[in-house]
Design a protein around this ligand. Structure first.
Ligand SMILES: [Zn+2]
Length: 76
């Protein structure tokens, strides 16, 4: 991700394709994430992500690709 940020072609075609796939399939946007990092910095981004992908039930990690908690199986 940091690599993409350093790219002058951002958002490049490859990233846009990936972004579209992620938005449809996983309900998240790579480009949006990068914009957040650019605006607020990586620390704020990580903090947000941590909240977003933490299971409300057990505090485990929610799998971004499957939408459920690794620890207890709770749907996000
Ligand atoms: Zn859980």
């Amino acid at each position: 991700m940091t690599f993409c940020l350093e790219c002058e072609k951002l958002p490049c075609v490859r990233l846009r394709t990936l972004d579209k796939r992620y938005r449809t399939k996983y309900n998240m946007s790579m480009i949006e994430n990068l914009e957040t990092i650019k605006t607020f910095g990586i620390r704020k981004f990580v903090k947000n992500e941590k909240v977003r992908w933490t299971c409300l039930k057990c505090g485990g990690i929610i799998c971004v690709h499957r939408g459920f908690c690794f620890s207890c199986g709770e749907q996000s």
